[in-house]
Design a protein around this ligand. Structure first.
Ligand SMILES: CC(C)(COP(=O)(O)OP(=O)(O)OC[C@H]1O[C@@H](n2cnc3c(N)ncnc32)[C@H](O)[C@@H]1OP(=O)(O)O)[C@@H](O)C(=O)NCCC(=O)NCCS
Length: 151
C-alpha cells in the first residue's frame, strides 16, 4: 500500500470509496461535496496495485491549525491499518507546514449510531480527545463532536 498526494481527477475515485460506505455517507449532496472537495483541498490517497482504497482530505484554517475534512477507507479494507497510515501521513504533512493542532468533527454519542461509535473509537485510538459538542451545527439528529490532537 502506498500513500501519496492526490492528483487532479481523483474526485471520481474518492466518490467510489464514499459510495462503498452508505452508513456514513448516505446523504447524496454531502457525498458529492466530499468527492469534489478531494480535488479542492489537499488530499492524500492510499493505493493498492494502483486502485484507490482510501483517502484523507485536509483543510488548513489558521497558521497552526488543520482539520481532517473527510476520510474514508473502502469497506472491505477497513481495520487493516490503512486509516492509521493515512491519518499519520496527513498529520506529518500538516506538521511540515507549521501545523500544531489537527481537529476533526464527527457525530457525537448523542446519536446512537454504532457506525459512528466505530469512527470515534478510531480517532480516540489515534490520540484525539473530545473538545466540544455542537448539538445544532449540522442538525438536531446529527449532533457534532469536535475532536482535537496536538501534533
Ligand atoms: C474510520 C476509518 C477511516 C478508520 O480506518 P481503518 O483503516 O478502518 O482503521 P485502522 O485499521 O487504521 O484502525 C486503527 C485503530 O482504530 C481503532 N478502530 C478502527 N476501527 C474500529 C472499529 N470499527 N471499532 C473499534 N475500534 C476501531 C482500533 O483501535 C484500531 O486498531 P486495532 O485494529 O489494532 O484494534 C475507516 O474505518 C472508515 O472509512 N470508516 C467509515 C467512514 C468514516 O468513519 N470516516 C471518518 C468520518 S469523520
Amino acid at each position: 500500500m502506498e500513500v501519496s498526494l492526490a492528483s487532479a481527477g481523483v474526485g471520481s475515485e474518492c466518490e467510489l470509496v464514499l459510495r462503498d460506505l452508505p452508513a456514513w455517507f448516505g446523504i447524496e449532496s454531502a457525498l458529492l461535496q466530499y468527492a469534489a472537495d478531494a480535488e479542492k483541498y489537499p488530499t492524500l490517497v492510499a493505493r493498492e496495485s494502483s486502485a484507490l482504497v482510501g483517502f484523507i482530505t485536509v483543510r488548513q484554517h489558521f497558521e497552526h491549525s488543520f482539520e481532517v475534512h473527510c476520510m474514508a477507507v473502502q469497506a472491505g479494507q477497513r481495520r487493516r491499518g490503512l486509516g492509521s497510515r493515512l491519518l499519520k501521513a496527513a498529520e506529518s504533512w500538516a506538521q511540515l507546514r507549521g501545523g500544531r493542532f489537527m481537529q476533526v468533527k464527527t457525530i457525537s454519542p448523542g446519536n446512537p449510531s454504532p457506525e459512528y461509535a466505530e469512527t470515534r473509537a478510531f480517532y480516540f485510538s489515534a490520540g484525539y480527545a473530545a473538545l466540544e459538542e455542537f448539538p445544532l451545527l449540522w442538525s438536531k439528529s446529527n449532533p457534532c463532536l469536535q475532536l482535537v490532537k496536538a501534533l
